[in-house]
Ligand binder design. Structure first.
Ligand code: AMP
Length: 193
């Protein structure tokens, strides 16, 4: 199994690059943001609860997202590997993910970090808000809050994966295609290794 985490702050291009990576490497895509929005659209209790956090730009509690990911993995036993997009976002999520994958005798093969500075990210998110209709992309205060959450709770994961020798950072500014090829180069090192 080849399991990949696409890592980076909100607006770094994780969704865009995941789509391209999964087409090339035939992995199964799991985006916790997409799963939460689907729950919200379906009007489930989980979706309504999650929306209270999403609308403020706060992280949804760990046990909620961990449960969703566990279900997703067990519903796709045929997957040759996964791209985790927007997950894990906290240390407890990362250790829960390691434990889930251990059940399949697998682990995280690579963490690809998209590195983009904050001013560029705010610009991108406000622009995306116009087309995506996502309320959490339309309000600058919510966006700034999402960055605070990222800095405080998610960024420490970079050190966690660096210590394990699994983190590769790629500059996430420029042409989508050029960034994609940089990511592929990192992927191919792992596949050959
Ligand atoms: P995203 O689509 O990845 O930008 O996620 C949108 C929002 O969903 C985030 O701002 C969080 O409120 C919530 N969310 C998505 N993934 C997670 C996660 N792994 N842990 C906690 N909250 C999450």
């Amino acid at each position: 199994m080849l399991n990949l985490i696409i890592f980076g702050p909100p607006g770094a291009g994780k969704g865009t690059q995941s789509e391209k990576l999964l087409a090339k490497y035939h992995l199964k895509h799991i985006s916790t943001g997409d799963l939460l929005r689907a729950e919200r659209s379906a009007g489930t209790e989980l979706g309504n609860k999650a929306n209270e956090y999403i609308s403020k730009g706060e992280l949804v509690p760990d046990e909620v997202v961990i449960g969703m990911v566990r279900n997703f993995i067990s519903n796709h036993p045929e997957a040759p590997g996964f791209i985790f997009d927007g997950f894990p976002r906290t240390l407890p999520q990362a250790t829960a993910l390691d434990n889930m994958l251990l059940e399949f005798n697998a682990g995280i093969s690579l963490v690809l970090g998209l590195e983009v500075d904050e001013d560029e990210l705010v610009k991108r998110l406000l622009l995306r808000g116009i087309t995506s209709g996502r309320a959490d992309d339309q309000n600058e205060e919510t966006i700034r809050n999402r960055f605070r959450e990222y800095q405080n709770k998610t960024l420490p994961l970079q050190a966690f994966y660096k210590e394990q020798g699994k983190y590769s950072g790629v500059r996430g500014i420029g042409e989508v295609e050029a960034i994609f090829w940089d990511l592929c180069a990192e992927m191919d090192k792992v596949k050959k290794g």
